[in-house]
Design a protein around this ligand. Structure first.
Ligand SMILES: [Ca+2]
Ligand SMILES: [Ca+2]
Ligand SMILES: [Ca+2]
Ligand SMILES: [Ca+2]
Length: 212
């Protein structure tokens, strides 16, 4: 996940220099900015291999070539890029448990499917990404791999960060019951509204027994 970076001159997200032939796989490169190549810049005969990536919303463009020949396939590139499996379509990011760049999917409750779902180069299992997710409901990637970054799957009720949702987490929530603190937040708050109440208890109980 490469986002929110800026560079004064070249390569807001990634700057490839000095014959760099790096491999960039299942990355989301978005909202980066530079004078040239907000997403990726290729200089000094650099030819990165970019696969299953999303390059979207970088300023002023996604890929800038000073010299080199990037091999881009099975990727979503704003403005388009030649290569097998490439698309040029809004990836339809949605916010979720761990960040802002999950992919919209009807199976997870959003109204439409992102064009980046099931459009990668291989199966999620073969790439080791079936244990990670692009879905806001944290169901692991299945079938053909989705383009872009995959978030880790975490227990949403895990308040003490020991990778499970159990009595210890319930104890923390109940000890914080009634907290309402928009300034400092509440340790038992699971839905981000700076209160610890029935809504959070519901989330925790729905996640009861989760381990990862
Ligand atoms: Ca998939
Ligand atoms: Ca826990
Ligand atoms: Ca525990
Ligand atoms: Ca809450």
């Amino acid at each position: 996940m490469i986002s929110g970076n800026t560079a004064q001159e070249f390569g807001g997200g990634i700057r490839c220099r000095a014959d760099s032939n790096l491999t960039i796989t299942n990355c989301t490169i978005t909202e980066n900015a530079a004078l040239h190549g907000g997403g990726v810049t290729c200089e000094d005969y650099s030819s990165p291999t970019i696969t299953n990536c999303i390059l979207w919303g970088d300023v002023p463009e996604e890929v800038y070539i000073e010299s080199g020949n990037p091999a881009v396939t099975y990727s979503d590139v704003q403005g388009g890029w030649p290569g097998e499996g490439n698309i040029d379509a809004d990836p339809l990011f949605v916010g979720g448990f761990l960040g802002d760049y999950y992919l919209s999917q009807t199976a997870a409750g959003q109204p439409v499917d992102s064009p980046c779902v099931n459009t990668g180069s291989d199966t999620a299992e073969n790439l080791g990404l079936d244990t990670r997710t692009t879905r806001t409901d944290q169901v692991g990637d299945a079938g053909i791999v989705d383009m872009g970054f995959h978030y880790p799957i975490e227990c949403v009720g895990d308040l003490d960060d020991d990778n499970d949702t159990d009595q210890a987490d319930l104890g923390i929530l109940l000890a914080d019951w009634g907290c309402d603190d928009p300034v400092n937040g509440c340790v038992g708050d699971l839905n981000g509204d700076d209160r610890t109440d029935q809504a959070d208890l519901g989330i925790l109980l729905a996640d009861w027994g989760c381990t990862n």
